[in-house]
Write a protein that binds this ligand. Structure first.
Ligand SMILES: [Zn+2]
Ligand SMILES: [Zn+2]
Length: 330
């Protein structure tokens, strides 16, 4: 993919002419692992975090943990954290500069993104800009042309020298690191931990207090608090992970292509619907800075609808519309 971005210090906006296709061109179904990947260098924190969250999420199948309140919180959370935190802020605002919002709101959205446990904003953005620059070439951090599973989640299990530490990826995110909050997140991993521990406690305590008021019984209140925590945080986090990952995996393998991009990106209906618009991925690779990923009226893009609402109430500016629209307003 291309990153769009003449504005980024690293200028990863064009595909280098010597970019190695290693084994096979995009679409061939055969691509070697990125050269920076050492299959023996396991990313232990990522493996443990992914395993623990998936194991905890399985508790949702036990009736003891069920509550409709928890289910509703999980569903709302897909939008609040996944769409506002990841799609809108990490991706369309910060990675591609498709729009601007006031700094207080940007930092609020970033904090929602951190609650998705998809890494710090700077590292997420560096990986994504690298992906745009070298999509479906060997150094793409997560091309599903290696294998579908690699593109979906496998790339998170091992370390990649290109993105292992800030000294390597700093050149991709100089603009991001100018913000003291985002820089602090890089300098101390504990921030990420504490923000997430805080959300655990807020959800559990909120459920506990509400359960106590509703039932007047401590045991029932604890059960209700745990239900709110499990569904509102754990299940929602795991579902948002898989939704984000399908953009990297399915939307680089299956779907239709509106634009001839130099990669294997696709517009995938399923991914677009579950991700609130990110699945119109071929459109996005063709025009990365555009804040709208759906280019046709029927390419529903809830994240873009959100951008328009923010713009309408004066909270979004410098909104970049797709080149394909010319001056047509949607
Ligand atoms: Zn892509
Ligand atoms: Zn992108």
């Amino acid at each position: 993919m291309m990153s769009g971005s003449s504005q980024h210090d690293a200028s990863p906006g064009t595909r280098p002419p010597d970019a190695s296709r290693a084994a096979g061109a995009p679409g061939s179904g055969v691509l070697a692992l990125p050269v920076g990947v050492d299959g023996n260098a396991w990313d232990w924190p990522a493996r443990i975090g992914l395993a623990v969250y998936h194991a905890l999420a399985l508790l949702a199948f036990l009736p003891w943990f069920f509550s409709w309140t928890g289910v509703v919180l999980a569903a709302l959370g897909l939008y609040v954290y996944g769409t506002l935190g990841i799609n809108l802020c990490y991706h369309r605002i910060l990675t591609h500069r498709g729009l601007s919002v006031p700094k207080w709101l940007e930092r609020l959205f970033v904090t929602l993104g951190i609650c998705c446990l998809q890494d710090t904003p700077a590292r997420w953005i560096a990986i994504h800009r690298l992906h745009h620059q070298l999509a479906d070439l060997q150094r793409d951090p997560h091309s599903p042309l290696v294998t579908l599973l690699w593109g979906h989640v496998g790339w998170l299990f091992v370390q990649n020298r290109d993105t292992a530490d800030v000294a390597e990826y700093e050149r991709y995110v100089r603009d991001i690191l100018k913000d003291p909050y985002y820089l602090a997140l890089e300098e101390n991993d504990l921030w990420l931990l504490w923000i997430n521990v805080t959300q655990w406690l807020v959800y559990f305590a909120g459920g506990l207090c509400t359960g106590w008021l509703m039932y007047g019984n401590l045991a029932t209140a604890v059960q209700f608090g745990l239900s709110v925590w499990l569904w509102g945080v754990i299940v929602r986090t795991v579902v948002v992970w898989h939704i984000t990952w399908t953009v990297n995996s399915l939307a680089h393998r299956w779907g239709y292509r509106t634009y001839e991009t130099g990669d294997n990106s696709r517009n995938n209906w399923l991914v677009a619907w579950i991700s609130n618009g990110e699945g119109w991925h071929n459109n996005h690779h063709a025009d990365p800075m555009a804040a709208a990923h759906g280019h046709q009226w029927w390419e529903v893009d809830v994240t873009w609808t959100t951008v328009k609402l923010l713009e309408r109430v004066g909270l979004a500016s410098k909104v970049v519309r797709p080149r394909a629209w010319n001056v047509t307003e949607r």
